[in-house]
Design a protein around this ligand. Sequence first.
Ligand SMILES: [Zn+2]
Length: 105
Amino acid sequence: MSAPEDAGSGPSTGPGPVDGTACGCDEAVERLWEYVDSELGDLDQKRVQAHLDECAPCLEEEHVEVVLKQLVRRCCQEEAPAALRLRIREQLTVLRQRAGAEPEA
Ligand SMILES: [Zn+2]
């Protein structure tokens, strides 16, 4: 008579909501476009923003290029429209400035 206990319960539960408000890199990247386009719900919007605030790699332009390619592929186009690139860059610039804002003495 032994009750099987789940001994494999660890911190790695795969993709999903983590404790707190910030989401993971994968989710942030996946939702970047929706975020830029203000299509996310209030909660998701906050989670993505919370992540971007703390995760520099997600704000790197190189990373953005990868995201753009994924997005474009999903949309069955070959190249990201210039307007789309510009829009995401602008949003990221704002985010970067916000994240790196230091009080100047
Ligand atoms: Zn990240």
